[in-house]
Write a protein that binds this ligand. Structure first.
Ligand SMILES: [Zn+2]
Length: 175
């Protein structure tokens, strides 16, 4: 199914991509760096069309249309936060694994991860349960306040434990 993003979500995507700042290139074109929160896997994270999505996947969909079920959006540039459609290609889980092995574990973390931009790492490095950005935390509080979702819904939606949601709502924890 083609995902339908709202104009606000698309605007949020572009607002969180910096096309000038990356030091990584592929085939002469610069990576489009995701500058907001990211998953602990290193992929940019955006709340769009009712769930947390990989920012590169949303960018891919906007450029090329729907992603078939079960397919992965892989990076030619090996920069997981890159959202440049020219650097992205579709593959199966097997392709994804092979690609990862080929490139090696060192590529992630050394060149693109928190070492380069520790300031951009989402809360959670110092708290093993946490993998939410400030933006997501704000969203959790907002959604709960609006009364549409229960704590349980939110935990499921954001892929965290209910106890973490409780802490966020009590403002005890930023993440
Ligand atoms: Zn790239």
């Amino acid at each position: 199914m083609q995902t339908n993003y709202t104009p606000e979500e698309i605007e949020k995507l572009w607002g969180n991509i910096d096309k000038e700042v990356s030091i990584t290139f592929y085939n002469g074109s610069r990576c489009w760096e995701w500058i907001a929160g990211y998953f602990d896997t290193g992929y940019g994270s955006i709340w769009a069309a009712n769930k947390n999505r990989g920012a590169h996947r949303v960018s891919y969909e906007l450029a090329f249309g729907e992603i078939q079920d079960g397919l992965f959006v892989l990076h030619r540039c090996d920069n997981r936060r890159c959202c440049n459609p020219a650097h992205l290609f579709l593959g199966t889980n097997k392709d994804n694994m092979e690609d990862r092995n080929k490139k090696g574990r060192m590529a992630y973390g050394e060149r693109h991860g928190s070492r380069l931009h520790p300031d951009r790492m989402v809360r959670g490095e110092d708290h093993p349960q946490c993998k939410l950005s400030d933006e997501q935390i704000a969203e959790i509080r907002q959604r709960y306040a609006s009364g549409k979702e229960t704590q349980r819904d939110l935990a499921k939606m954001f892929g965290v434990g209910q106890s973490q949601i409780q802490r966020i709502l009590k403002y005890e924890s930023r993440a």
